[in-house]
Design a protein around this ligand. Structure first.
Ligand SMILES: NC(=O)C1=CN([C@@H]2O[C@H](COP(=O)(O)OP(=O)(O)OC[C@H]3O[C@@H](n4cnc5c(N)ncnc54)[C@H](OP(=O)(O)O)[C@@H]3O)[C@@H](O)[C@H]2O)C=CC1
Ligand SMILES: N[C@@H](CC(=O)OP(=O)(O)O)C(=O)O
Length: 356
């Protein structure tokens, strides 16, 4: 068993890490960290537990630590769900102390030598980490994408692989409230009977991160190369809706190549896609990476977000678009494949590759 540390263990993403790691076959929950408000307390006393699954027995009595590398020095991997206002400095100290950090925070996503990973989409970018480990470097940073971006790129990857570049892409999101975190979280008065058509920074993140995730690597495999803005124009509009978990996205896209494929070919391509983590036999990898739904009123967050335990992405209403080529509705679990689940799956891939 590898020892796992969790930073930001009391938050929305942190609680999901606790659930995913508490009975994991390869990782054991070892050290938990949060702010000084929580440090020194038993996890059960520090956390305001908001998951519908019960707080796992194995986590209850762990004493929460301050997020200092010294307390985590025996961990094989660190999963971070830290508030981005504090993640930058804390994660830097962990990496420079020789620890492997897989983070949900946005702070280092734009660094060229930091892979931005959605494990069901671009695990090949972990080659950057492989180079670092081979050269003797101990600590390294991996970032997990923004949660809406994770759902968006899942169907795009197999489509681009099979049918060539997508040059125009629009997405309108309907994002769950768990995406806004728990401290303080979205007030009931703002979201009940309502939709909020603004999520700070989200549209810019989606538009930029999509180009990094679908891009390649430099020749020496040391840096990421973005798809250029000219080659792929991405436009996102983000909305907060009264759903607890699961981000829905209405997307439209155009392929550069003419003529475009048929609707049936697009569905087939998505159905057949098997992510690398599944091929490697990672325990959390989805059986079906993409679930193509045929019912005309699906996917729906309450009904479809837990497909493949939240590691699978659902795509429905795939049809021709009179403006671009195709439109479809994508649903992904924001704290599982959009956050903590991706972290755990990245950890499993690192383990299979002997990088931790
Ligand atoms: N929620 C989601 O769906 C997604 C979130 N993310 C990102 O993941 C990260 C965590 O998000 P989320 O779980 O929603 O946020 P929360 O607000 O729910 O949790 C934040 C966590 O950070 C800890 N924290 C706050 N201040 C400090 C500090 N000064 N030092 C150490 N720890 C501190 C909190 O501990 P304490 O309880 O002690 O205050 C808590 O554990 C963010 O960077 C977010 O942007 C990314 C993708 C999806
Ligand atoms: N902004 C996302 C969650 C999030 O925190 O994303 P990021 O890590 O990119 O800031 C949401 O509100 O649903």
């Amino acid at each position: 068993m590898k020892k796992a540390g969790v930073l930001g263990a009391t938050g929305s993403v942190g609680q999901r890490f606790i659930l995913l790691l508490s009975e994991h076959p390869e990782f054991e929950l070892s050290v938990l960290g949060a702010s000084s408000r929580s440090a020194g307390k038993r996890y059960e006393d520090a956390v305001v537990w908001k998951q519908t699954d019960l707080l796992p027995e194995s986590a209850r009595d762990i004493i929460v630590q301050e997020c200092k590398a010294e307390a985590f020095k025996d961990c094989d991997i660190i999963f971070s769900g830290l508030d981005a206002d504090y993640a930058g400095e804390i994660e830097k100290e962990f990496v420079s102390s020789g620890l492997a950090v897989v983070s949900n925070a946005k702070n280092y996503r734009r660094e060229a030598d930091v892979p931005l990973i959605v494990p069901i989409v671009n695990p090949e970018h972990l080659e950057i980490v492989e180079q670092k480990v081979k050269s003797g470097q101990k600590g390294f940073q991996i970032c997990i994408s923004n949660c809406s971006t994770a759902g968006l790129v899942a169907p795009l990857k197999p489509l681009v692989e099979k049918f060539g570049p997508i040059d125009l892409l629009t997405t309108t999101t309907l994002q769950a409230i768990s995406g806004a975190g728990f401290s303080p979280g979205v007030p009931g008065i703002d979201i009940l009977d309502n939709i909020v058509p603004f999520i700070s920074g989200e549209e810019e993140k989606m538009e930029w991160e999509t180009r990094k995730i679908l891009g390649g690597l430099s020749e020496d495999k040391k840096e990421c190369r973005l798809v250029s803005e000219d080659a792929m124009k991405v436009s996102a509009q983000c909305n907060r809706v009264p759903v607890i978990d699961g981000h829905t996205e209405c997307i439209s896209l155009r392929f550069e190549r003419r003529p475009p494929p048929s609707v049936e070919a697009v569905k087939q391509c998505l159905r057949e896609y098997v992510c690398e983590a599944s091929k490697l036999g990672c325990p959390s990898a989805p059986k079906n990476t993409i679930h193509v739904l045929e019912q005309n009123d699906r996917p729906q967050p309450r009904l479809d977000r837990v497909r493949d335990n939240g590691f699978g992405v659902s795509v429905g209403r795939i049809r021709e678009d009179p403006v671009l080529d195709f439109k479809m509705v994508v649903l992904s679990h924001n704290t599982i494949i959009g956050a903590a689940g991706s972290g755990v799956l990245i950890g499993e891939i690192l383990l299979k590759k002997g990088l931790i």
